[in-house]
Design a protein around this ligand. Structure first.
Ligand SMILES: Cc1ncc(COP(=O)(O)O)c(C=O)c1O
Length: 422
């Protein structure tokens, strides 16, 4: 492993598993050294259909023989347009336009630009603890950790942050929804003019921030406030979309729809693709050429996207995500009785986390979270962290993870808890 050629990868790219993955299938990947690993991250919620899903790979291969780069400004292409229409079928809400781009950050950039240009207003409201990407605008919108924005000041202005509903860390005397919503109202009246707000941008579960599941009323109130002030609501489903929470999109759990939805990650089972989904009434207010880019809507990625959507639906993956997620949370809730280090177990479907604290307190214990994650890694179970205090362990298995793989994971978690919370 310590061969010189790996030094080409800059150290700024962190790495959870110090191994070389050679091939992968379903919930497992195999290293160059012949090791078999259980992947509970699937490329950070990207390969929702499991690695190298046969239908996705077949669709991508077939497309490669036809056309790869059907550049969107040059001509139409049916594979790209069909994928867009398929996406419209599953995104809840009243939408008729899909703009393809490449990464999550690029989707957020374009969503914010669409809101600004169509409303002719300058301000974006985001939430404390949010993560939206690593470009300059998305760093300005992000504040889950200083590491994502420190050293990059000055960041674009016209961005203000309000409190997100975080029930576990809301003072006991406060209601989590009122606590957060009163802050949002304060931000839009004391830090800017409400009629200058182009959009309110919100994750339906805060991802990097700690897999924080807000009460449905929080999302419903945010929707109401956006309407009150004439701002567009952008829901960032980049991590929570494409069946991850047991529904196509997480917002369905709350009965809330957006004006613009940002999607990426699980959109194309590992092929680089992202999109914003919205209405022509907004896009039509934008001057041609002011959104998009050279590579948006790669035809191979679009073929993979359509095949992945079919696989998620036809193979009952969302039901499996719901079932396995309940099993996972049930397991950790039981484990919490033995280890009060697990402060909270939370999640929807297969977007789940445990928040690690010093027993008997709510004081974040990042060291114990790292110890738990490392114990999993030592046992060849790829596991990620998250959280504003670096103290959450997150679980993002493939939506089709089978019972035996989940049982194997539970055996490892039991051992890891013994090591980390001793
Ligand atoms: C909610 C959310 N938005 C945006 C992004 C940025 O996506 P990308 O890394 O593809 O730029 C992420 C990535 O983790 C995310 O989770």
């Amino acid at each position: 492993m310590a061969q010189d050629k790996y030094k080409v990868v800059p150290s700024v790219i962190g790495r959870f598993a110090p191994v070389v993955a050679e091939r992968a299938e379903g919930s497992w990947f195999y290293t160059k050294d012949g090791e078999k690993w259980l992947d509970l991250a699937v490329g950070i919620a990207v390969v929702n259909t499991g690695h190298t899903h046969p239908k996705v790979i077949a669709a991508a291969k077939a497309q490669m023989d036809k056309i790869v780069h059907a550049q969107a400004n040059m001509f139409y292409n049916d594979t790209v347009v069909d994928a867009a229409n398929k996406i419209l079928e599953i995104v809840p809400g009243d939408f008729d336009n899909v703009l393809f781009i490449n990464s999550g950050a690029e989707a957020v950039e374009n969503a914010v630009k669409l809101a600004k240009q169509s409303t002719r207003r300058p301000v974006t409201i985001a939430f404390k603890g949010a993560f939206h990407g690593r470009t300059h605008m998305t760093m300005a919108l992000t504040c889950s950790k200083a590491q994502y924005r420190g050293y990059y000041e000055p960041l674009p202005g016209g961005v203000y942050h309000a409190r997100y509903a975080y029930p576990y860390r809301t003072p006991a005397s406060e209601d989590p929804v009122d606590f957060a919503i009163s802050d949002l109202r304060k931000v839009i009246t004391t830090e800017c003019w409400p009629d200058q707000v182009a959009s309110i941008l919100v994750e339906p579960i805060q991802g990097e921030g700690g897999f924080i599941v807000p009460p449905a009323e929080f999302m419903q109130e945010v929707r109401k406030i956006a309407d009150e002030i004439g701002a567009l609501l952008i829901i960032d489903e980049i991590q929570s979309g494409f069946g991850r929470t047991g529904k196509w999109f997480c917002m369905e759990h709350y009965g809330v729809t957006a004006d613009i939805v940002t999607i990426a990650k699980g959109i194309a089972s590992g092929f680089p693709l992202s999109a914003i989904v919205s209405r022509s009434e907004y896009f039509d207010k934008c001057k041609p050429g002011t959104l998009g880019g050279t590579y948006g809507g790669n035809a191979v990625a679009c073929a993979a996207s359509a095949a992945g959507i079919d696989a998620i639906r036809d193979e009952g993956m969302m039901d499996n995500a719901t079932k396995q997620g309940e099993k996972l949370r049930g397991f950790f809730t039981k484990l919490q009785e033995t280890y009060p280090n697990i402060g909270e177990v939370r999640g929807l479907g297969l977007m789940d986390a445990i928040e690690i604290v010093k027993p008997g307190t709510k004081e974040p214990d990042a060291a114990a979270a790292v110890a738990f994650k490392n114990a999993c890694i030592e046992r060849k179970v790829l596991t990620l962290l998250c959280g504003m205090y670096d103290n959450c362990v997150r679980f993002l298995p493939a939506l089709n993870i089978p019972d035996d793989a989940m049982d194997y994971a539970m055996g490892v978690w039991e051992e890891a808890a013994k090591v980390a919370f001793a």
